[in-house]
Design a protein around this ligand. Sequence first.
Ligand code: NA7
Length: 537
Amino acid sequence: DSYADKLDTEVLIVGAGFGGIYLMHKLRQLGFKCKIYEAGKELGGIWHWNCYPGARVDTQIPIYEYSLPEVWKDWTWSERYPGFAELRRYFEHVDKVLDVKKDVAFDTRVVGAQFDKPSAKWIVETEDGRQATSRYLLLATGFAAKRHFPDWMGMDKFKGEIHHSSFWPDAGIDVSGKRVAVVGTGSTGVQIAQETGKTAGSVTVFQRTPNLALPMQQKEITQEEQEERKAKYPEIYKDRMKTFAGFQYDFLQRNTFDDSPEEREAFYEKLFTNGGFEFWLANYKDLLYVKEANTQAYNFWAKKTRARISDSRKRDILAPSTPPHAFGTKRPSLEQNYYEMLDRPENDVVDIKKTPITEVTETGIKTEDGQHREFDVIALATGFDSVTGGMKNMGLKNVDGVSLSELWKSGTWSYLGMSCAGFPNMFFLYGAQGPTAFSNGPSCVECQGDWIVDAMKKLKDEDIKYVDATREAEEEWRRKVTELSDKTLFPGTSSWYMGANVPGKPREQLNYAGGIPLYEKECREALDNGFQGFVTA
Ligand code: NA7
């Protein structure tokens, strides 16, 4: 009945990725009746949409997976940082264990939702004209549900293949011998470039801002290694919630200049060798707070990276000797052979900060300096209207009929990064003003998911019909989010964390920068104090 023209359910969840599935699983255990609406054709959220060449998670397993023993017990990965195909298989496994799909309506995009006071129910509309009513509405739509496309002239004229990274054809594109352009150098652009670089005739990266990418140190892992480690999983999962970003490591409890230059160098070296995000999230604790400390880290990164690029022009574009922005205030990608690949003579990097793209033609891309380069394939790795775009794009209205996109036009307001005033019995996770972009997805989802589930249990136990955040609580939360961020170096950099990647979007911190433990404490207090900051009836 998930596909019924008129569905009536207790809990309607939007999104069948990590978040939505977790919520449904936990709520089912408490006897809630749940349905999921999912715009895509399969489970997996971001791993359903992203099948571009090289799509891969940047967080090691077993950190990047559910902590649920029934799920991990019979699952084995092939490498430390699995690719999208393996992650899709993981979701098939999750479905087998948790029996998810029977309550999911796929191909179902939500385009309208408003809480109806008299019936105390959400009325939800889908793109194909179906309607659902539900006591609770839970949004698990992720931070990347709305793509960001550039607005260059002529995009529709290109005769070759042109695709946004998250609309890549599922069957893939054979790039062997072809001329590939990659626009954008976020995590996605770096991954597409290094992967297509293996077989393409040439790869040209159009870079606006260098990605201060870190060595991934990918490694195959055997079943035996994993089985042996599984005894420790419960402890690992408990510990990940005690770290800032929900990882297996955390910032060092020392400041950069507590150490001598030699000690510092040795420490940086160790982080680099360990690979992954260690150089970012296990670095000195002042890395993201003190400019001089940050510059030390940048200099080390630049030294290591510049040594890998023999072409001096490319070297200065990819890894300038002075920091283009504070290290780690934009998300570093994890690279495998990105710099060596681009260093090869057939490949190139174009600095589009200096010479912006002006036009896409039938055969290629034109830049401001009048140069026209020809391509067979253009990959648009230009990112997303991140964090807020998805929620603003689904026709949500408050009790007075004002749309969320209108309410969030000049800035974002939420309470605890999980609720909005005027949107009763609605919770969201992995979105605005939560730990979202500063955390590991599954950790964030489980932290917020557990809170939402406990809140709903409390509502049921105490027979509360209606819960709604207050405007004052939202104002206070926004103040907190801003204050935490203002202590860091994040506001000084134009990034999607700050809403600065989409023209016209208000510039503000979109994520909670206090770390998961502090976040969890604040949220728990609100609940333990009897829905503090909410009105209940
Ligand atoms: P990102 O990280 O938002 O990267 C988008 C990239 O595209 C970035 O390098 C942008 O440059 C560039 N960009 C965006 N718009 C334009 C235009 N108009 N012209 C030229 N270049 C442009 O998206 P990703 O998909 O890589 O990653 C998203 C997240 O998904 C990632 O952080 C992970 O958490 C998973 P800029 O840096 O703004 O100068």
